[in-house]
Design a protein around this ligand. Structure first.
Ligand code: ADP
Ligand code: TYD
Length: 210
């Protein structure tokens, strides 16, 4: 794995489902563009690669893919994302804001029982290290309430709650392990307050890099 290009800035958002990643990554891209920066939103799993499409289909299947197979698809999709989007955009000097990256594999496939050190090592072979990882920290019950209030169909909350707790524990472990890379943000607050903190953080990292 190599560091992100010196030209652009690579920021990624991580957190459990419903923690606000899509909201904040999209809003910060709009804000940065309004301030004159050249910022671009990307997401994983991607919508265009074959593994990305397979993964998105699998989310609606009655049974989950075996965790090893699921992990390999995420890894292949990530390679596609890095090569076809992240690297070219960084080389163009852009701020790349991605909604999920390899920490999602560590947390989610780790929560399904795959050794998280192994997941990290496999990712380190193909991914590039971002300049900043923003972990949106939200209690599982609050995240589930937010998801439930935006959906008409029900969420299987019991099963979801248990697995999201495991996912969150791994994210917290990663944040402890990589304190310089991963910044934990209290996501229980109002959207505008969180955005202010995110903008400040990105500007700081941008300035330190120059
Ligand atoms: P994720 O991408 O992490 O799954 P979303 O950005 O889709 O999360 O947010 C989940 C739901 O919570 C959405 O309905 C969104 O509008 C809402 N939401 C996001 N951030 C906040 C916040 N700070 N306060 C209240 N609701 C929020
Ligand atoms: P996403 O569309 O970001 O879901 P949400 O907006 O609800 O957070 O991601 C879909 C699912 O994919 C999500 O439940 C987390 C999972 N996922 C993994 O399990 N491993 C990974 O490496 C990635 C990128 C996502």
């Amino acid at each position: 794995m190599s560091d992100a290009s010196n030209l652009g800035l690579f920021v990624c958002f991580e957190g459990i489902d419903g923690s606000g990643k899509t909201t904040h990554s999209r809003l910060i891209v709009e804000r940065l563009c309004a301030l004159g920066y050249d910022a671009v939103y990307t997401t994983e799993p991607t919508r265009w690669s074959e593994p990305g499409k397979k993964l998105r289909e699998s989310f609606f299947a009655p049974t989950r893919l075996p965790v090893e197979d699921e992990f390999k698809l995420f890894l292949k999709d990530r390679l596609f994302h890095v090569k076809s989007e992240v690297i070219p955009l960084l080389n163009d000097g852009k701020i790349v804001v991605t909604d999920r990256y390899y920490f999602s594999s560590v947390a989610y496939q780790g929560a399904r029982g795959l050794d998280w050190q192994y997941i990290l090592e496999e990712n380190e072979k193909i991914a590039i290290i971002p300049h900043l990882v923003i972990f949106l920290d939200l209690p599982v019950d609050v995240a589930l309430d937010r998801i439930a209030s935006e959906r008409t169909e029900g969420v299987n909350t019991f099963e979801k709650e248990e697995s999201l707790r495991k996912v969150k524990d791994i994210y917290l472990l990663l944040a402890d392990r990589f304190p310089k890379l991963i910044t934990k943000i209290d996501a229980t607050r109002e959207i505008f307050e969180i955005q202010k903190e995110i903008l400040k953080l990105i500007k700081q990292v941008q300035n330190n890099k120059q």
